[in-house]
Design a protein around this ligand. Structure first.
Ligand SMILES: [Zn+2]
Length: 137
């Protein structure tokens, strides 16, 4: 089972490559920017909340068949694509059905482009540095 953090990161990564989140009624959302400074942007958080409000039912990443609800269920997990390293839905039991949404991105993977990333929590990093320094003294 993928944690909600994993699913959130999965969406954030694919949004950065231009994939949209599709909702039941044909609505498709692509929040921009995804990252603002060291955090997810308010636009991205609003989109994530929109998905959570319907408990991920009937909303799914463009190019995939698995809804956010599927990913949050015990049947599915999010692991790295063998081709491009991006997070992809994988089923925990049985045959692997889908493919990575990168299949229709002819320009991906591209080592020359900035890789999708998670927001860096600079406060945690600073605390780690501070802890290291205080241990040394
Ligand atoms: Zn891939």
């Amino acid at each position: 089972m993928a944690s909600s953090d994993q699913v959130k990161q999965y969406l954030a990564y694919w949004f950065q490559l231009g994939k949209r989140l599709k909702f039941d009624r044909g609505e498709a959302v692509l929040p921009q920017p995804v990252i603002q400074g060291n955090r997810y942007s308010p636009e991205f958080e609003a989109c994530w909340q929109q998905a959570l409000r319907v408990e991920g039912r009937d909303c799914y990443l463009e190019g995939t068949d698995q809804t956010v609800a599927d990913l949050l269920s015990s049947n599915w997990d999010v692991t790295d694509c063998a081709r491009c390293g991006m997070p992809v839905p994988t089923i925990n039991l049985g045959v692997q059905p889908g493919s990575c949404p990168c299949f229709d991105l002819s320009t991906w993977p591209n080592p020359d482009l900035p890789q999708p990333r998670s927001p860096v929590d600079s406060r945690t990093q600073l605390e780690q540095i501070r802890d290291r320094l205080s241990q040394g003294s």
